[in-house]
Unconditional design. Structure first.
Length: 89
């Protein structure tokens, strides 16, 4: 799977959150819990994925394009999301 993203947004995420989209993309190498992000009309289908990268539980918002998965945002999971991740099964 190929990934793409806005380089400015990637830099902002690295500064604010201490990791970049390269690291966030690691969640897609394993199990994820996914749901559509339908909070508003974005003009495209956006998905929220909850998964683990090197022991960190992350939430990654993305959209699938023709030839790549475009990462829109990434952050550490909230306490509630971490519980959801730990209780999957």
């Amino acid at each position: 799977m190929e990934f793409e993203w806005d380089s400015d947004k990637n830099d902002e995420t690295l500064q604010k959150r201490g990791f970049d989209f390269v690291f966030a993309a690691l969640i897609f190498g394993g199990e994820t819990i996914e749901a559509e992000d339908a909070r508003r009309d974005y003009g495209e289908t956006r998905m929220r994925a909850l998964g683990e990268a090197e022991g960190s539980i992350l939430v990654v918002v993305y959209t699938d394009r023709e030839d790549a998965r475009r990462i829109i945002s990434a952050r550490a999971a909230s306490r509630k999301e971490r519980r959801q991740w730990q209780s999957r099964g």
